[in-house]
Design a protein around this ligand. Structure first.
Ligand SMILES: O=C(O)[C@H](O)[C@@H](O)[C@H](O)[C@H](O)COP(=O)(O)O
Length: 265
């Protein structure tokens, strides 16, 4: 049981899921500050940036635990689409528009590491370039052999994909590279860059945010079936165990019998 992820189910995104997600992210931030003075955080696209903005943009309640100190945040991407960074399909553009650009200008700003799209036609070179970037940022500080993110926040696709790791794809068996290129993604656009599964499960904490009735079938599958445990989200559950938390609403967990919690506050 100790190796199981935690599944939270909230009544409402705005008044319930968002404040709990805030608490979770800030706990991860505070633990990371104690460990090494910075907070290294990776984020993906989809509906997540909007929910993250709901969680993190409201002002602090004044307590030390609730203080967001962006001056010590380093933000990375869990996955990106191979399009220019100002293209409407770009995860970086989405994260900027939904969240980062809304951080009040009189607050310290986080350091953001977008996946450079200077070499749009060569996805592998783009992946290698981001891996070199991670080597320089992480290894310089901690002399680590793998990048240990303090927190990675992910979405869950209706097919069970996460990051740009898709069901049954050969990239799920990649164990050496940190950053992977996919050129045949079943979800458009076909060319994408993604963290590899071993890097995701190495993180100190891994959070999923999955909301809406469109997620209930895949959540039932992930939490309750053998086949679901082999989907990319199921593999993160298996590899990350108790480091994994799911932030869902009641529509997404409708009919899921895996034990649920309704608050971490
Ligand atoms: O680039 C992408 O396509 C996203 O990063 C992708 O992995 C997303 O997180 C899931 O598809 C869930 O998306 P929703 O939260 O919008 O369902």
């Amino acid at each position: 049981m100790g190796r199981q992820p935690t599944l939270y189910s909230f009544a409402d995104i705005h008044s319930d899921l968002a404040p709990n997600l805030r608490k979770y992210v800030l706990e991860a931030q505070n633990e990371a500050f104690k460990r090494h003075g910075v907070f290294r955080f990776a984020v993906s696209g989809g509906s997540l940036p909007k929910t993250l903005a709901k969680a993190l943009l409201p002002p602090s309640n004044g307590t030390e635990e609730d203080k967001v100190d962006f001056s010590r945040w380093e933000i990375f991407y869990a996955d990106e689409r191979c399009v220019p960074l100002d293209h409407e399909d770009s995860n970086h553009k989405l994260v900027q528009e939904e969240w980062l650009n809304k951080i009040p200008k009189d607050m310290a700003q986080p350091k953001v590491y977008p996946i450079s799209m200077d070499n749009l036609h060569d996805a592998q070179e783009t992946a290698d370039d981001y891996e070199r970037k991670l080597v320089s940022v992480f290894a310089a500080r901690d002399s680590v052999r793998v990048p240990l993110f303090d927190l990675i926040l992910l979405g869950c696709g209706p097919d069970g994909h996460t990051c740009s790791l898709f069901p049954d794809h050969a990239l799920l068996r990649e164990h050496d590279a940190w950053i992977l290129a996919i050129t045949d993604s079943p979800k458009s656009p076909a060319k994408r860059i993604t963290l590899s599964l071993p890097i995701v499960v190495a993180a100190a904490k891994i959070g999923f945010v999955a909301t809406g009735g469109g997620k209930k079938d895949v959540l039932k599958m992930i939490f309750e079936t053998e086949d679901g445990s082999k989907l990319p989200c199921g593999l993160v559950n298996e590899g990350g165990g108790e480091k994994v938390s799911w932030f869902c609403d009641k529509e997404a967990t409708d009919g899921v019998s895996f034990p649920r919690r309704s608050s971490l506050i």
